[in-house]
Design a protein around this ligand. Structure first.
Ligand code: 6PG
Length: 485
């Protein structure tokens, strides 16, 4: 049992698995912080205390001691697996905390759970802040990107603490008050949706290059390393080169060839798409990335389908260098679409839930620490600084020009993939979205006609106001329009 601690800690962490321990160590390493730690089973606390005496942690074996070890107003960050465990810890903390104290949930919670929890905890006078934290284990330890929601008032206490542990990009800490209640977890969810799209696009680029040019994973690692010096510079491109270069110690083969080709998912990508469906926002690139993981993880269906016929013509790439450059440009254009769709969802979510989300600030705090950190996020901040009411990121001058420069390559790559029978769902859906967005006229007019035909769902006309229903018949001369106004 830990000794009954005096109130010496200015911040506490509950949940000492890898993310929680690393975040606690990060907090302890910043000047002025004394960190209280608590875990359901005391063994984990003991291990952390003995492995990191330099951190000066204040360990407690009960939640009451933990609360007593914190200076008031108490601030505690919960780092447990999102779900029922989070509710259990909140119940424990609200029982021993007092009005004015702050409970932060740093897990990957579903934002609607955060809205519910914030409302319930607020009734006790305690503040509840859902904070998205990105950057994996390494980010938690050395500086993550942090997306806190909750009240403005709680951010006054929390802001300086979070700023002290966040990643720093171009001199600025990667943290901002995103908006009230669930706004932080909502934005973290979109971050993850974009992360899924970015990863899938990179995987498609690798697959096309490998199958088209016959280059080895190590050679493709060099291609990615080279791309990482230009407009695609990002953490995900950087680690892709490292993953492709890795050799399996047991077999001597490229590790990527030894790994089972079934991608897992913990659900945040699916949430992004489910939420987008509810909001009516087409995040098709993100959706295809989620579905590509689902398809990969259907071994029985895939095994049954291996003899379905593919293209009859063999595929060869005449000029590998040109093809690789085409793929690079297609990747850049598709990535712009993924961000454009993700920001559309942020705008729609902000409107639906009444959050004042500063889009440019979100792009800024994603420049460092998080999984999607990338050079080009500065361009997004600039685009919203120029025009905060931008209706689609891809229409901003910088991105319009970037896509204009890439689109011939993009079309060639998508056509080549279709011709060669290579799945490129994220590349192709992004291009279709782009073409849909820029179309003068869409066949949606025909869909409206069909809906009115079988269900009298009505339609609008291009030449006059009002809502119309046609008395459909086989003889066109008998069709008459009825203004249902
Ligand atoms: C991050 C990551 C992280 C997340 C996984 C997504 O920002 O640090 O988004 O929070 O848990 O990367 O996991 P899956 O791929 O397993 O869904």
């Amino acid at each position: 049992m830990a000794e009954n601690a005096a109130a010496t800690a200015n911040i506490g962490v509950v949940g000492l698995a890898v993310m929680g321990s690393n975040l606690a160590r990060n907090l302890a390493s910043r000047e002025g912080n004394t960190v209280a730690v608590y875990n359901r089973s005391y063994e984990k606390t003991e291990t952390l205390l003995s492995e990191h005496p330099e951190a000066g942690f204040v360990g407690s074996s009960t939640v009451e001691e933990f609360a007593a070890s914190l200076q008031t107003p108490r601030t505690a960050i919960i780092m447990v697996k999102a779900g029922a465990g989070t509710d259990a810890v909140i119940d424990q903390l609200t029982a021993v905390f007092e009005p004015g104290d702050i409970i932060v949930d740093g897990g990957n919670a579903l934002f609607t759970d955060t809205i519910r929890r914030e409302k319930a905890v607020r009734e006790t006078g305690i503040h509840f802040v859902g904070a998205g934290i990105s950057g994996g284990e390494e980010g938690a330890l050395n500086g993550p990107s942090i997306m806190p929601g909750g009240s403005k008032e709680s951010y006054e206490t929390l802001g300086p603490i979070l700023s002290s542990i966040a990643a720093v990009a171009e001199g600025e800490p990667c943290v901002t008050h995103v908006g009230t209640d669930g706004a932080g977890h909502f934005v973290k969810m979109i971050h993850n949706g974009i992360e899924y799209a970015d990863m899938q696009l990179i995987a498609e680029a690798y697959d096309l290059i490998r199958r088209g040019t016959g280059k080895s994973p190590a050679e493709i690692a060099d291609v990615f390393a080279e791309w990482n010096t230009g407009e695609l510079e990002s953490y995900l491109i950087e680690i892709t080169a490292e993953v492709l270069r890795q050799v399996d110690a047991e077999t001597g083969k490229p590790l990527v060839d030894v790994i089972v080709d079934q991608a897992g998912a913990k659900g945040t990508g699916a949430w992004t798409v489910q939420t987008a469906l509810d909001l009516g926002i087409p995040v098709s690139g993100i959706a295809e990335a989620v579905f590509a993981r689902s398809l990969s993880s259907k071994p029985a269906q895939r095994a049954a389908a291996t003899d379905l016929p593919g293209p009859s013509d063999a595929w060869t790439v005449d000029d590998p260098e040109t093809f690789i450059e085409d793929v690079r440009r297609a990747l850049y254009a598709s990535k712009i679409i993924a961000y454009s769709q993700g920001f559309d969802e942020i705008v729609a979510g902000a409107e639906q839930y009444g959050w004042d989300i500063q889009k440019g600030e979100i792009a800024k705090i994603w420049r460092g620490g998080c999984i999607i950190r990338a050079q080009f996020l500065n361009r997004i901040t600039e685009a919203y600084a120029e025009n905060d009411g931008l209706v689609a990121l891809v229409t901003a001058p910088y991105f319009r020009d970037a896509v204009a420069g890439a689109q011939d390559s993009w079309r060639r790559v998508v056509a080549t993939a279709a011709h060669a029978g290579i799945p490129a769902p994220a590349f192709s859906s992004s291009l279709s979205y782009y073409d849909g967005l820029r179309a003068d006229r869409l066949p949606a007019a025909l869909v409206q006609g069909q809906r009115d035909f079988f269900g009298a769902h009505t339609y609008k006309r291009i030449d006059k106001d009002g809502t119309f229903h046609t008395l459909w018949s086989g003889d066109r001369s008998e069709i008459s329009a009825v203004d249902t106004h």
